[in-house]
Design a protein around this ligand. Structure first.
Ligand SMILES: Cc1cc2nc3c(=O)[nH]c(=O)nc-3n(C[C@H](O)[C@H](O)[C@H](O)COP(=O)(O)O)c2cc1C
Length: 118
């Protein structure tokens, strides 16, 4: 499925500058609910943007196509080729001190293995 954010409020027509934040929260809720239902999800930024608007019948002027999400039953890792099976391990998480801080202090800027820009 594709997550879209609607750029304006339906009721007033005014710009909703929180729409992408809300769409992100909705996707997180979907991921949590999927886990409750024993399903797995995988968010992807790499998808055919133009095709997403076409298939959904939505206008780029009104909506932002944010991410693609795969939902399904987790398969058996042993069925994967070795190079993919090797990736099926939990990835690192930044320690809390690096992502949450009081205004009087600064976050520790050291990079960890969860940098997706590589
Ligand atoms: C902004 C962003 C874009 C991503 N795009 C893709 C993608 O296009 N294809 C893909 O296979 N994984 C993509 N991922 C990675 C997966 O969604 C997932 O984060 C990754 O497999 C690590 O999962 P884990 O941190 O739960 O272990 C993206 C992750 C982020 C944060």
């Amino acid at each position: 499925m594709i997550v879209f954010a609607k750029k304006t409020f339906t009721l007033t027509g005014k710009v909703n500058r929180w729409s992408e934040f809300d769409a992100g929260a909705a996707w997180a809720s979907l991921a949590f609910q999927a886990e409750i239902l024993a399903l797995s999800t995988h968010g992807m930024g790499g998808f055919d943007d133009a095709r997403a608007y076409e298939v959904a019948g939505l206008d780029k002027a009104d909506y932002v196509a944010i991410a693609a999400i795969a939902v399904g039953k987790r398969g058996d890792t042993s069925a994967l080729p070795p190079e993919l099976a090797a990736k099926e391990i939990p990835t690192g998480r930044k320690p809390l001190q690096q992502i949450a801080f009081e205004l009087s202090s600064k976050p520790d800027q050291k990079e960890t293995s969860d940098d997706h820009s590589a």
